[in-house]
Design a protein around this ligand. Structure first.
Ligand SMILES: Nc1ncnc2c1ncn2[C@@H]1O[C@H](COP(=O)(O)OP(=O)(O)O)[C@@H](O)[C@H]1O
Ligand SMILES: [Mg+2]
Length: 223
């Protein structure tokens, strides 16, 4: 379902030279599979997720999702592809402060051809345990509740792949497990594959498959 081959990403340094960040010969995730991505700070985890999501362009290589090479898509088509097939949960939630929980989930739907579906948005918020908070804006929600809204938003378009970048790093320890359970159950229920970055052993150890980016990424030793 997701398949990377020979993906390279570098940044230009002020002196004009290139700083290699990613050099990934191969990485695949099957449909519905749940994979943890680990690695020390700065080894390229966020960059890798951003490249897979098409939020950052790569220098070369193939990133195939559902048989489409997202690297080859022009920017506008890539944005539509991302909206349709990929859900993203950020470390800092990225909810829009002026909008309610329900509206934030609905806004996750508006970039695709299908119409926003308030009933599905409400069902997703029910699934994350927030039926009683539909009209609350982010500042009136606890941190754990905000991340639960973000999980609902990431699933709004029934993606095939959910990318989660340290989704519990800013959630208090008492609610971390709840977010992880929620992500795993929701992805299982909806048949969504998941690639999740975490630093926490207790989170990573719950997954059958753990990939260490230092092993996957030949540039990790260089950067
Ligand atoms: N826009 C950028 N320009 C130059 N270097 C960058 C940029 N974004 C990230 N980097 C560098 O890329 C490396 C990987 O960053 P990142 O993917 O955020 O790592 P991780 O998420 O594993 O901590 C870091 O060394 C970082 O300094
Ligand atoms: Mg990161």
């Amino acid at each position: 379902m997701l398949s990377l081959s020979e993906v390279c990403k570098s940044y230009q340094e002020p002196d004009g030279s290139r700083l290699p960040i990613l050099d990934v010969p191969e990485l695949s995730v099957a449909a519905g599979e749940q994979v943890v991505l680990r690695g020390r700070s700065g080894c390229g985890k966020t960059t890798l997720l951003n490249c897979i999501a098409g939020l950052t362009s790569v220098d070369s290589g193939r990133i195939e999702i559902k048989g489409h090479d997202v690297v080859k898509l022009p920017e506008a088509a890539r944005d539509r592809f991302r909206a349709k097939f990929i859900g993203f949960v950020f470390q800092t939630f990225n909810l829009l402060p002026a909008f309610s929980a329900l509206e934030n989930v609905l806004l996750g739907m508006t970039f695709t051809d299908q119409r926003a579906d308030p009933q599905r948005a409400a069902e997703l918020l029910k699934m994350v345990g927030l039926s009683h908070r539909l009209t609350h804006k982010p500042r009136a929600l606890s941190v754990g509740e905000q991340q639960r809204v973000a999980v609902a938003r990431a699933l709004a378009n029934k993606p095939v792949l959910l990318l989660a970048d340290e989704p519990t790093a800013n959630v208090d320890p008492a609610h971390q497990q709840q977010i992880i359970d929620l992500l795993r159950d929701a992805c299982r229920q909806e048949g969504v594959a998941m690639l999740l970055v975490t630093h926490a052993d207790e989170v990573a150890n719950q997954f059958e498959r753990i990939e260490y980016l230092e092993q996957v990424n030949r540039a990790a030793g260089v950067a």
